[in-house]
Write a new protein. Structure first.
Length: 239
């Protein structure tokens, strides 16, 4: 007589159930996104299996079923989001660093970051994903880089010390406020002026400087299309 599927090797089988119990004990039934202690949760793959993740313990975490696991699953299923509503609040200090292309945002962060601090920049995520910096990376890696950036932002909910410097261009006041609220961050604007940014930018990127200054101070949010909002999330891409 065949055993029911729940005794097999799949997600309902004994090996998986043992792994789930191990994750719950390790995480002490605490949702790794919002910090709520609950048995009503899911053993979540930090990097989804569909994106190359594994069942290794280092890629598993305990998430409450509602809203954290549901929200994370929804975001993964609908593609990368430049402004992920599901992000949990960081446990560490966060400094949001904004400004036009060529302003020196990365330089500012590197000069101010101390031991134990982290810098989260979409351009660096491109490098991790495809080996090419965001200034020059192929557009086909955009969604993967955004997902990696979002995972790094979500992981700040577990970082209890130091400062996280988060770099976004965010030309509009509305978008800056969105990020500040979402991350509970303080704000640093790096903007030496359009002339300086144009002089620093490569000729192929000067239109991005002009676009940032054209959009600075203009409305952002529900009054703009999704395509326009994606375009405002970084320095180097028509998103």
């Amino acid at each position: 007589m065949n055993k029911p599927d729940r005794w097999g090797k799949g997600r309902g089988g004994r090996p998986w159930r043992r792994l789930v119990e191990a994750v719950k004990r390790r995480d002490q039934y605490t949702c790794q996104a919002c910090g709520r202690v609950t048995e009503d949760g899911e053993c979540d793959h930090i990097v989804p299996l569909s994106q190359g993740g594994t069942d290794d313990m280092s890629n598993l975490q305990w998430l409450c079923r509602e809203p954290c696991h549901r929200a994370k699953t929804a975001r993964e299923g609908s593609g990368a989001s430049n402004h992920p509503e599901w992000l949990p609040k960081p446990a560490c200090r966060v400094e949001l660093v904004t400004g036009p292309p060529g302003a020196g945002k990365t330089t500012y962060c590197r000069e101010n970051a101390k031991e134990g601090d982290v810098i989260i920049d979409l351009d660096d995520c491109f490098t991790e994903v495809c080996g090419v910096h965001g200034h020059h990376a192929p557009a086909e890696y955009l969604d993967a880089a955004i997902r990696l950036r979002n995972y790094k932002l979500a992981d700040l909910s577990r970082k209890v010390g130091g400062t996280a410097y988060v770099i976004v261009s965010a030309p509009s006041d509305d978008e800056v406020r969105w990020w500040l609220t979402k991350l509970g961050a303080r704000h640093k604007m790096v903007n030496p002026g359009m002339a300086t940014c144009m002089a620093r930018a490569a000729p192929s990127r000067r239109h991005l400087v002009e676009r940032w200054f054209d959009r600075a101070g203009k409305a952002w949010g529900k009054r703009m299309s999704r395509e326009a909002r994606r375009g405002m999330a970084g320095d180097h891409w028509n998103r």
